[in-house]
Design a protein around this ligand. Structure first.
Ligand code: FE2
Length: 362
């Protein structure tokens, strides 16, 4: 019996199950500046699904769609709409990671599997997580110059990067009362540590509330788990659960080293962001003099600022990227601060509730 968990080395990739992988790939390439680096589909001998692999910095997305109605991806899209279905974690040893997780209570989906082709040996295994979300353990240390067996490399078009560098954090929404159970799942089965906790008093507006716990594995893998809390009206987390039809990934924090440039390019490409009321910027003048982004730039682009004892962070949030009010992205630049924008929760969630009210779901 194994007594130690297998350390997580970081996010290997995130796989989106979507209705149309070709168009989703085009969206991430042309609006978010990703390079399309690999493809699998009919032309590569794959009969069941189509996948495109996209990269920017160390961020890797896979967008996949089904070629028949009975495929698991088609079933997922029917229930959840476009969603992040697979969180792939890089590990040194797939067997150890999988066996330890299963001994600790995780449900195995795909046992440790080894694939080989001319690029080397690719190993993976899959377990279940909250909702229909899967965790995939990946070891590509002996696999080079391609995404995975079955994929064809595409000629990378590396001209469109908008400066995104890495995944900062991944956030999941679970049902009311289920946060602690899923937090324990990540601690027990994969050796995550609990780093921070925000209760419904920290994250509450006049109308709605949520609770959130931050899990960390090493210094590169951060997963936050939210659950809705009781308020006068519907929590934004409950709205997600209602439209996603169950727990799932709510947002990704994508890091940049130049948020003004990144957000400018995203807006030029037509990406929509949650708009922040002008009043937010009025008292910002008092304490942001020492940073080198002007209040005028922050106001014009609608960027939020927060600080802790270690420094600053800048962030802003896209509107939902699909038709349902479910998945969205956060763009974040850190200048030392280790938090998640706690100081912005109130103004941000008030802004989110204005959008919820427009949808008639508040
Ligand atoms: Fe976030």
């Amino acid at each position: 019996m194994m007594t130690t968990t297998c350390p997580i080395k970081g996010f290997d990739h995130l796989e989106f199950y979507v209705g149309n992988a070709k168009q989703a790939s085009f969206f991430y390439a042309n609006c978010f500046g990703f390079d399309q680096v690999a493809y699998c589909g009919l032309e590569t001998g794959e009969q069941e699904k189509t996948s495109y692999v996209l990269e920017q910095g160390t961020i890797r997305f896979v967008v996949s769609s089904a070629l028949s109605p009975n495929h698991a991806i088609a079933q997922s899209v029917l229930t959840h709409g476009d969603t992040i279905a697979v969180v792939a974690l890089a590990v040194a040893d797939v067997n150890t990671a999988f066996e330890y997780a299963v001994i600790q209570g995780a449900t195995g989906v795909v046992p440790p599997t080894t694939q080989e082709d001319e690029h080397g040996t690719f190993k993976f295994a899959v377990i279940h997580s909250f909702g229909d979300t899967l965790i995939k353990f990946v070891d590509r240390s002996s696999y080079v110059d391609n995404f995975a067996p079955g994929y064809n490399k595409l000629v990378a078009r590396s001209t469109k990067s908008i400066g995104l560098t890495q995944i900062d954090h991944v956030v999941g929404n679970v049902e009311e009362g289920m946060m602690n159970q899923w937090v324990q799942f990540f601690i027990k089965t994969m050796g995550f540590d609990l780093r921070m906790y925000f209760d419904d008093l920290t994250i509450a507006t006049e109308y709605s509330a949520l609770m959130s716990k931050v899990l960390e594995n090493g210094d590169k893998t951060i997963i936050n788990i939210n659950e809705p809390a009781k308020g006068l009206r519907t929590s934004q987390i409950q709205e997600y659960l209602d439209f996603h039809h169950g727990a799932g990934i709510q947002h990704l924090g994508l890091m940049t080293n130049n948020i003004v440039q990144t957000v400018t390019k995203l807006k030029e490409a037509g990406v929509e962001f949650i708009s922040i009321p002008q009043t937010y910027y009025e008292n910002l003048e008092d304490w942001v003099q020492e940073i080198d982004i002007s209040v005028e730039d922050l106001t014009r682009l609608g960027i939020l600022v927060d600080r802790d004892e270690n420094g600053y962070l800048f962030q802003l949030f896209t509107k939902p990227i699909g038709d349902r009010p479910t998945l969205f992205f956060e763009i974040i630049e850190r200048r030392g601060a280790q938090g998640f924008g706690e100081g912005n929760f109130k103004s941000l969630f008030t802004a989110l509730e204005r959008e919820q009210a427009l949808r008639g779901t508040l």
